[in-house]
Design a protein. Structure first.
Length: 319
């Protein structure tokens, strides 16, 4: 059987061809994510790219039918010079025909040409075929990640209110500010520093190194994703300096107001031990309950070795 491989940019694909991509991605996402809500074409064009990331994307066709998508990516700032991010997605009806292996060969050739020695990706428990493929090619698991899910009606509001009420006593000299929508430019440098700390300190595979973050990158990041999501943030501020030293950020897709996604909760190590994490976490959840009335589920993810954040999530009722 003969397959056609083509390298493409989603931005340049004609609408008719891109609609085929949208249909395939939605089929694959419905298999992978239990509460999946279909992507629109506009939304997929946003989420398929990320500022600061260079991508090589391949489509595989079988007699005109789109069968698989491969995406191979790396940061544009010179970090992670030996690693190539690798995502291979094949429709169920086209699996076990060698398409995944052919896409893998493209990834290996690309990595070799750039002097990159490690391919890194992820697999999901909901797609056993993905795990089987990684085992078959000799892949090694380096980090186990858990998606925490909570029905919003089960949020312990009394606990969250207590975390917020206790904040000023546990962390005198600090305050928490709620941001609806875009972060103010005055905080870009501080947020960039927090993102660097997050990547430096969070559990990752040994092949990953933290990227360089600055105000310009933060601006690009939020401007890009604001096209497809609503967002709330709570910022912990050191009143003496006016600096942002901790934050929690939550989004919901514009096409799916029922699911809140916590993208990050972090506190600068120099300001930990004061329950600032609980304060910003409690404040953002109470704000979302008040403003996002259509919410049904809340999702967040943590590595199994990140016990402090897992403990907070368990206290909130996450499974």
């Amino acid at each position: 059987m003969s397959y056609t491989f083509s390298e493409v940019s989603f931005d340049d694909l004609p609408d008719e061809q891109f609609e085929q991509v949208v249909d395939v991605v939605n089929t694959l996402d419905a298999e992978a994510f239990p509460r999946h809500v279909d992507n629109t074409a506009e939304e997929l064009r946003i989420f398929a790219t990320s500022p600061g990331i260079i991508q090589h994307r391949f489509l595989v066709h079988d007699v005109g039918l789109l069968a698989a998508i491969g995406a191979f990516r790396y940061p544009n700032d010179g970090t992670n010079a030996e690693m190539l991010g690798c995502q291979i997605r094949v429709l169920p009806e086209f699996r076990r025909r060698g398409i995944g292996s052919m896409l893998l060969a493209h990834a290996v050739d690309l990595a070799s040409d750039m002097g990159r020695k490690t391919l890194q990706g992820f697999v999901l428990d909901t797609v056993p075929a993905g795990k089987a493929f990684v085992r078959a090619i000799g892949g090694r698991e380096t980090l186990d990640f858990h998606e925490n899910v909570l029905r919003i009606e089960d949020l312990d509001l009394a606990l969250l209110r207590r975390w917020v009420a206790d904040g000023p006593e546990r962390a005198p000299g600090y305050s928490v500010r709620l941001i609806e929508g875009l972060w103010p430019e005055e905080f870009f440098d501080d947020i960039a520093h927090l993102f660097f700390i997050l990547e430096r300190d969070m559990p990752t595979s040994e092949a990953f190194e933290p990227r360089e973050w600055n105000a310009e990158r933060i601006s690009e990041l939020q401007d890009h994703y604001a096209k497809g999501v609503d967002s709330l943030s709570t910022l912990a501020i050191d009143d003496a300096t006016g600096r942002v030293v901790g934050m929690s950020d939550m989004i919901r897709r514009k096409v799916d107001p029922t699911t809140w996604v916590v993208t990050t909760t972090m506190v600068d190590p120099e300001h930990r031990g004061k329950s600032l994490g609980k304060w910003v976490k409690g404040a953002i959840n109470l704000a979302a309950r008040e403003r996002w009335e259509d919410g049904v589920y809340q999702e967040t993810g943590n590595a199994f070795v990140n016990e402090p954040m897992l403990a907070i999530n368990r206290a909130m009722g996450f499974e």
